[in-house]
Design a binder for this molecule. Sequence first.
Ligand SMILES: [Zn+2]
Length: 345
Amino acid sequence: MTNKKLKKKNTGTISRGVKTSSKKNLLEVLTLLKNYWKWIVPIAAVIIAVIIILKTPKPVFDGSRAYIDLVKQVELGPRISGTEGHLKTKEYLTAQLKKYADLVSEQTFDFNDVHDSSKIYNGVNIVASFNLSENVSKRILLCAHWDSRPFADNDPDTSKRRQPVPAANDGASGVAVLLEMARLFAEAKPKVGVDIVFFDLEDIGEVPDSSKIKSPQNPFGVGSEMFVKNNAGYYPEYGILLDMVGDKELRIPKEAYSINRAGNVVEKVWQAAATVGAKAFVNEQAGGVMDDHIAFLKKSIPVIDLIQQPFPKTWHTTNDLPEFCSSASLQQVGTVLVEVIYNEK
Ligand SMILES: [Zn+2]
């Protein structure tokens, strides 16, 4: 009995002590809240933002930064083998890639002019590799041609047809998107290996004319043919080629050779386009285009061609200028690439 009384007494004392202390603590907390409540909302917002950022592995593609690189290439002059513009652009692209890639190399090759065998073009393919770790299970190829067409043979003004094409869209647009991708790969390392390749000598060919074609060789893919030949052991899981992806009225249907030979890659890319709402990617089949992906398809490497069809009015004219391109178009293509690459494991 005594013990119980004592217990009760003791318990009461303890509980009264706790109650007093709780009241005091509560008052302190309320006072603190009164003084600092203004800060609670912003602090919570910062914490939530940090959590969201940490949970979002996909970086954000900057179309306006890509557009600056499109303009830059045109300003450096026509990118024709043997000219100052070609040399300066090669130096610019290589220097940019070296800032972001694990490894950058220039693969040189010679090509004899089909009309004048004494004329030799010194071609340069530029290769930048990201995530070269041995633990990486697969590699993906992203590519574009960096050369520009030496003659504007589609210009409505016949007097301009021997002039070079400025090639803002037909060349510079794909390269500009991939330079921005290189920056993103340095910011947020993808889980897969990625190789960015800029092909030279894509655009010295003649537009196919069935009456003149004597050989099945692709006239629009000298650099990519040389790349495949000189890198015989290179087998990426798949590849995506960008060509003419900068027009203000961008429209990319599914190119026929891509559907026939790399249909699963086409579906993967169009699925990504639907996810990010890239409306330029139309769900429609278009004709086949002789382009840099053909060299890979011949070797059963699934590489698709993202190319505007029908070709824009500026195609192979002196009017292929930055003013007919837009950062919004580059943004759409880049956002789709981010979605595709950062979904890969
Ligand atoms: Zn072209």
